[in-house]
Design a protein around this ligand. Sequence first.
Ligand code: APR
Length: 309
Amino acid sequence: MRRSKISVIGAGNVGATCAHWAAVKELGDVVLFDIVEGMPQGKALDLAEAGPVEGFDGAFVGTNDYKDTKGSDVIVITSGMPRKPGMTREDLFEANKKIITQVVTVCVEHSPDAYIIMVTNPLDTMTYLAKHISKFPKQRVMGQAGVLDAARFRTFVSMELGVSVEDVQALVMGGHGDTMVPLPRYCTVSGIPLQELMPGDRIQALIDRTRDGGAEIVKLLKTGSAYYAPAASVIQMVEAIVRDKKRILPCSAYLEGEYGLDGIYFGVPCRLGKDGVEKVVELALNEEERELVRVSAAAVGKSIASLKL
Ligand code: APR
């Protein structure tokens, strides 16, 4: 049986770390593409040489030639500028719009049947752009944001309560930005609602920290943005698709009426499997949650409109 082929465009911090997690999980053969000569080749070879030590098999190719991505099953797009301290994700709009337009155009020529997972920020807008350019069906173009945002919330809850991260489940909806919508009502610790374990003011503090989670890391790193948790989140989505796991994961998905939203990419719980975004799960949100979704959708809609497509 043929192994899955996973191409990662942009072999920088997020891209190379995606290749690392994909290799360790033996999700398939990995192609690392970048415009910088020698860098993806060096990283791919280095990763292959970790195989004997860690005990993973697979082919790892680094390249500056899109031909090597031909026939990919999954394409992860991380190419673009990361944030520097003081920048919002929206500040990356112009630079990354040009890069994503060019990258998606060439990628889909070589891999017309691929699933595209977007990582480049501003995430929901760049995912919309990728769908527009690829002309792929909505099930095959999605963005990674919610798994990461939920992972941050889960981390903070586990730190606060002194419990294993494995036992903390959480859901974050909305745009991947300042208006994201963490949903504490849907956060549980081994099935126990979070509200029974933590006072409301502490929950709110953790929500605020989650919203600023990306900026907190940018401020510490100073030269770029987060990559371990973003890459791990991407690879959870890749795994759900190539292993047809039917995971319910929050993803940036194209909405056509769900949650009363139409024609935008927005973070919502989805079922991910061999057919990509197989289903959007609609939750019965309360009035307060619906209002947060409205505010977030308006911000995402404004950013998408400025693509002027
Ligand atoms: N084609 C392919 N690769 C490109 C292109 C292009 N046109 N333009 C830039 N790149 C590559 C760069 O050479 C670099 O290696 O994209 C890579 C980006 O890597 P980093 O600068 O390390 O950025 P990273 O932290 O990986 O973030 C990438 O993900 O989380 C988001 O906001 C983040 O949009 C950013 C993206």
